[in-house]
Design a protein around this ligand. Sequence first.
Ligand code: 13P
Length: 252
Amino acid sequence: MRKYLMAGNWKMNLVPSEAKKFAQDLVKSIDKVDDDVVIMIAPTFTALSAVSEVVKGSLIKLGAQNMNENESGAYTGEISADMLLDSGVEYVILGHSERRNIYKESDELINKKVKVALNKGLKPVLCVGELLEEREAGKTNDVVKSQVVKGLQDVTAAEMGKVVIAYEPVWAIGTGKVATPETAEEVHAMIRSTLESLYGKDIAENTTIQYGGSVKDSNVDGLMNMTNIDGALVGGASLKVDSFTRIAQFQK
Ligand code: 13P
């Protein structure tokens, strides 16, 4: 059965002491989730160990926001898959639009990261999404499909059970301009049919495809009730205990 993944991407917010306190509050607040819902939070690297201690044994899983594509070595300032695993991380967000656009990460680089994550036993959350000018030029499907295909190159059918896709239209991130459920659903359905052409119907049907971009407690229910939307990757609204709790406990 396909699961909903309700995830908080904290981005570059909360120092470790704040992150620890916030995670403690969240563990108390999210005291129940439905069987088909998984909750994940992704703090900054320096807060991972502290947050890991807090969420151990709770309903909340731990994610990281990025990872280097090499196993180890002379890569000053970088963080490896093994380092994440040793900090208790289960999921890793890869190819976020801020990585693609600010740090110029290519599909090829993101694909390397996806494969290393899988080899190491991490669950990659592969982010895709079009820029405003690409949407306005009618290129949304081409752009997103290409990001999915290139991001998953050489990922096997057996590995797909661990892969999550996050559709985040760049024009909706941090802008308050959420995609309507119908607009998002169109792209999600296209992503699922792309997965079907790559891996067959069963795998496509079982892959979690999250939506991200200005998700809030006030719009989450409408989005989650669309056929092909299986969770949310939440930025701003994941930094408030009440709103993230409401998002995690969306109404079906
Ligand atoms: P906002 O929810 O702040 O728009 O951010 C979305 C996002 O980028 C999550 O990864």
